[in-house]
Structure formats: structure tokens, C-alpha cells
Design a protein around this ligand. Sequence first.
Ligand code: MN
Length: 748
Amino acid sequence: MDTVTVQKYNLDEEQEKKEIVRHYRALLRALKPRLKKGDRELVRTAFEIAADAHKDMRRKSGEPYILHPLAVAQITVEEIGLGVRSAICALLHDTVEDTEVTLEDVEREFGTEIAHIVDGLTKISTVIDSNTSTMQAENFKKILLTLADDPRVILIKLADRLHNMRTLDSMSREKQLKIASETVFIYAPLAHRLGLYNIKSELEDLAMKYTEQDHYREIARRLKETKRERTRYINEFIKPIKEVLQEEGFQFEIYGRPKSIHSIWNKIKTKGVQFEEVYDLFAIRIILDSAVEKEKADCWKVYSIITDFYHPSPERTRDWLSNPKGNGYEALHVTVMGPNGKWVEVQIRSKRMNDYAEKGVAAHWRYKEGNSNVQESKFEQWFSQIREILSSPDTNTLDFLADFKSNLFTEEIYVYTPKGDLKILPVSSTALDFAYSIHSAVGNKCIGAKVNYKLVPLSHKLRSGDQVEIITSNKQKPSEDWLNIVLTAKAKGKIKDALKEEKRKVAMDGKDILHRKLDHMKASASQYNINELVQFYKQPSPLDLYYQVAVKNIDLRELKQFNVLGDKLEPPKPVKPVEVVHPEEHHKSREKESNKKDAELIIFGESSDKIAYKLANCCRPIPGDDVFGFVTASEGLKIHRTNCPNAAQLLAHYGHRVVKTKWVKNREISFLTGLKIVGMDDVGVIHKITNIISGELKINIAGLTIESKEGLFEGLIKVFVHDKDELEELVNRLKGLDGIQSINRLED
Ligand code: MN
């Protein structure tokens, strides 16, 4: 697959020439079935122009640059399935931007069609390294514009990106992270939308290799270890089916495919399961060589044969023969109970359908030229949709990007207002999301809804086709827990605004109470005095102080400890703290202490300068984690884990704000992190856990909650550790306890 391998580069001139010719010949071989009269000469000319133009350039790995366009052309032909003209464009894709060759030269030599595509490719890459987020979004918009113009531009661009990802090893760490994130953020979803499943999953795997090195290596290693076992199972499963298919005279291919590393990791993360529970997931694929008019019937015949041997799960049968997916995918999927009580997915499709599945829009492009009979309306629809969005002049580019992305990633539901107006919301949106989608005033007063005339609570999950009527009350007010009920960013933002406003109102009452109290003590309500109180009660701001007074979380009787000098408050002398500290406070002071000393822990860039920074709350890195520094506008440097849920977006949008970071060993400071433990609820389990943590390993516990349900318990433990090694040791020790099912690090 990978035609250019990265290795220590040490070829002499003669060997180098041979290597280039070898790659050129491989490209010609791949193109051979499609070469028409005169094509061979055109490809040769393109190769010669490119080779000459790049002759003094080298890639980061040390290889001659021309190997890159050659590889991109090879991918374009072999893996995306495009033809001669696209291969020529791929060979030339970097010439106009980086060399003396001009667009006019290309047009003179190859005509307007090719010049047009090369121009598109140049335009995309001239803005690709731009530095602001607006430019990045603008850039993405351009990518889609060209797509609407000629899809080949974007397909060749994907080939270019795929080759760059395959050869990312020689880049600097920052470049790797930036390119990998951009790939996850833009290119993988694009490949998915275009139906290029193989390329999409390879892009995701490659990106993960750089953004989550540890997990990637771990899963790859374990997949390798378990390969034999998997192959044996697949063979056992396939055997009887194969025999009958042969007896029935089918022409077919049958094989098993393991899931990609990235999708296994996704399962582990989102479902909270262990590797052992997902590693043996794979799909069996049966590809039939059937004539177009027979393919649908043949697929169902095969279905019937399979279900003679294995029992199907009716809810998990997917008929994409009658209703192809939005991006054109056609197949019949069935999940059956295989040997040893294991569910196995079988995908049945014809060769033509398989071509679509692997080459997506490109296969369409090809079939369209030869055979206009093939279903093309879906693609046309999609292209024209994009064209429409792009041509509207007032679409804010960033909004557009956000919208487009949410359309790529989440599936949508369509729901109706009582008047029949359509609202589009992401899957899993609730009645409350719907209320906020109408207006924030409706959301803030929402007490429930009627869905299809039935009364439901705020948290009710909506489904496509629902008709929703919101019920409001003037007495209603948003509360903190509403944030857990809603899914859409709009609703979250509006609820937070309302809560802030509410807090401010309540705080005003607290202010009155406090002022009266001060009056009573003959002290003034001066800024100075208020600040003394803010400090005394350990509040972040006067507003918080007032609020806590109003909700009676603060005991004003303690004010007696103050002396009043003139109208100034004098705080009581600090008493030596008693040994027993309230756990909450203990934890807070620990955290403050570690924040204060943070500056000693990390070094930025190549220099040994130590700079103050904060650890991001979204991923709570600890020493040993793979991290990067990010310059924020208001809070200075923040340290995130490279696998932080926000990392891809930050890196893809604001790559220029990323600062290289590494940890410096320091055993004095500990960091707060959390673990989620699931296991059998057995007497004394809590004791055993805490015994290991604080007894044997002497790690401080900051918080521990255990909930048990139907014989299982789920524990959330917050601990202070010095670094990743210590955390890992803790996890391993806990895993050794009887009945522990899973232990996962909490992401936030
Ligand atoms: Mn390139």
C-alpha cells in the first residue's frame, strides 16, 4: 500500500534515479487498462515536467521531492479509482505553487480541463498553512467550492493528504500534531461524506498514531497478538457458507476484516468497555460477481443461505439495497449469532456496489462517464446543496464551517412545531433543546412539552417526525441541572446566560443583608472592607460573596471575630489550623498549592525558560501525559493533553498558537486526576480499594463516591498523583483486585 517508505535516506545518485523510474513504471502499470491512444505520451510529459521542476527539491525525509507527486498519482489511480487525466493533475499538483512552472505552461501543454484542476489544487494549498482561524475556515470553504466545481480537485487533494499522513514521521512534533488534527477535523469527515470508507479509516488511524501514540501502539500490539485466534474463528465461520455458495454456482469473494484501530479505540472510549470486549469485532464481507439486473436478488439469496447456518438478529438487518445511504452506499448487512455465541456482522454486496463503497464519489464519477444509467441523483443533490450554501454571500464563514461539520458528524432529526414549521436538531436533542431553538424566552420558561399530544418532561428525547408543543410558565426559571438536559450549544449558552443573570439578582439581596450587618457593626461597606470579607470567606469575588450570603451558605455570625477600627474591619488573627480539615477545603488548598508551583514543571520550546501556565480543566493533564501548550487570549498558556476532546479543534483552527512543551521531573507536586472503577459489589471492596490507594501506595484521596446497583458498583475516585507512572501503577494494582471489571481515567 505505502509506496514510499520512510527510512534513513542514503541512496546515491544512480540508485535514486532507478528508484524514481521504478515508481514511474508502477504508475504506468496501474494506468495501463485505461490508457487510450496518446495518453502514454501525455503522462510521460507530465512526469518529465514535474521531475524537472522539482529536481532540486527534497522532502523532509531526504528523498527526492518527485517521489511525492508520483505517490499521490498512484493513490489517485489505485485507491480512489480515477483515470489518466487525474493522474496527470496529481503529478503536477505541487508544480505551479512551488516551482517555476506556470498555469499557462500547464494549459499550453495539457489543455484547459487539466489546467483548471491544477489551479484548484494550487489554490487550496496556498491557503492551507494560513494562520488565523478565519483563514482556515475560509480555506475549507474554498475546498468545498472547488468540489462543487469539479470533484476531482478534492479527490486528488485527499490523495495528497493521505500520502502526507503516511509519511508524517519525518516532520517535527508540532507539525505532526497540526497536520493530524486538521486531518481528523476536515479531511476524514470529507472522505466519509464522499463515501471513501477505506481512506477515511486510514486517515483516522494515521492521525491517532500521532495524537494518541500510547493507545495507538497498545491496540496495534494487541491486535497483532490476537490475530491468529481471530483468523481461526473467521475461517470456522466462513467454511460452511463458502461450500454452499460454491455448490450454488456463485462467483464470489469472502473474507473477514478486523475493525480499524481508531474505531476500536472509539468503542473503548465511548462505551467504556475493555479491549477484550471489542478486539474480536470484525465484519465478514461477501462480494458477488453478479450482473446488475440480478445483484439485488442474489444478495438476498446469500442472506438466506447464511441464515440457514446462523441465527440472524432481526433488529440488526440493514437493507441498503432498497434504500441506499445518502452518500450512495448500497449493501445488505446482517448480524448473526456465530460459533461460541458471538455476534458477527456480514456485509453482502455486488462488485459494483463494492466499488462504490471503496471509491465512493470517484466510482460515481467514472460510472457517470461510461454509463448514465447508474443512480447519480444523490450526489448531484449533495453538490447542488453545497453550491447553494456557498453562493449565499452573507453566510458567515465560521458559522458555515460549524454547520457543515455538525452536518457531517451528527445525524439529524426533523421535528415540527404545532403550526407545522420544520426544525432540524441533532440526534438526541431534548424537548428543552427544541424550546431554546424557538427562542430563549421560550426555553427559559419551559416546564414541559407535548410531543404528539402527549405530555412529556423537559428531558424527553425527540425523534424525527415528532410534533412538539412547548408548555411555559412565568414562574419557571432555568436551573444548573438543565445544562445536563440539553445537547445543543445554543441552549447551553442561553441557560448559562440566564443562570448568571439569576445569580446576579440573588446576589443583590445578599449585598443588602451584608451592608445592613456592616452598618450594625459600625463598619462601612467600603471596597477595602468587602475585600477583607472576600478573603476571609475564601470567595472568588464580591459577587460570589453576596450570593453565598443570600443563599445562607455563609455564616455571618463569624463576623463577630472581626475588630472594627474606625470604620475598617480588622480580620481575626489566624489560628493554627487543626489537624482535621474538611475534605473539600483540604482539596482546594492542595489545588491552589499545585497551581502556584506549576511554573516549575514545564519547559517550553527548545529553551529552558520556565513560564507560568495553567492546566486545562477539560482534560487535566498530569506529568508524563503527551501534552501541548496553547496560548489563550485571556488566560495565558494552557496545557492540554494531545488526546483532549478539544485538541483537534484547537490544533486545526489555531495551529499557530500551539507551543511545544515537555515535562520536567518533579516529585514534590501532585496533580488531581480521577478514575472510574466498575466491579462486583462485594463486601469490603471499598476498604480494599482505599487500602491500596492510601495504605500501600500512600496516594492521597481527594474524593470517593461509590454507587452500587444490582450487584455491581461504580466508583469515582479522585486522587493526587505525581505523574503518569504513578497513576499507571495504581491502575495496575487495582486491576489485581478480585471482581474489578474496568478502570478508566476520567477525562474531566
Ligand atoms: Mn503535495
